[in-house]
Design a protein. Structure first.
Length: 58
């Protein structure tokens, strides 16, 4: 099962710009997003972590 990853508009625009300006880094970001889609909440550090102060925890 793959998880659906939703990007906020600002993040999507940042990623589009990154693809143009630094394709190597964009590839690494895309790999991390793909891994998050595959693993979902099971994915842990160093790729994901809790957001300090958030009421939602993984």
């Amino acid at each position: 099962m793959e998880w659906e990853i939703e990007l906020h508009d600002e993040v999507e625009q940042w990623f589009v710009n990154l693809c143009r300006e630094d394709p190597v880094s964009a590839d690494r970001v895309e790999e991390a997003i793909d891994m998050l889609a595959r693993e979902g909440p099971r994915l842990g550090r160093p790729l994901v972590d809790r957001i300090k102060g958030s009421s939602l925890h993984n």
